[in-house]
Design a protein. Structure first.
Length: 122
């Protein structure tokens, strides 16, 4: 048995670490041909704001964006917030994953609390 039989080269290790088979099943990336249980409908439109406006909450200067939560006409929810995907993607718990076409956005706490009254219990 040689050292080569026991140890991987740096390139081989990186390849294994980032290969689809090396990831737990719930963290594996899904290719463009794989059907996912849910897909965003690009034809859906904004139906109503959930909660108070960003201006009412003091979360906007009306120039540099406005964190917001909207219900779409198909019942899905749209969230407008700061994209911090790159910062948080390596800190996700084991049962969470971000697909290539998804983003992790941060919104102020008061935006979600304000929306609570407009979100049905079930």
């Amino acid at each position: 048995m040689t050292t080569r039989d026991i140890f991987l080269t740096r390139t081989e290790m990186i390849s294994v670490l980032f290969s689809k088979s090396a990831l737990p099943p719930n963290r594996a990336r899904k290719g463009p041909m794989m059907k996912r249980p849910w897909e965003a409908d690009p034809a859906a439109t904004m139906a109503r704001r959930l909660g108070r406006s960003p201006e009412d909450l003091g979360n906007t200067d009306r120039v540099n964006g406005c964190p917001d939560i909207w219900e779409l006409d198909n019942g899905d929810i749209a969230v407008i917030g700061r994209d911090l995907t790159d910062l948080h993607k390596r800190q996700l718990p084991p049962d969470a994953a971000i697909a290539e076409d998804e983003r992790l956005v941060i919104i102020p706490r008061n935006t979600l609390i304000s929306a609570k009254a407009d979100i049905p219990d079930a």
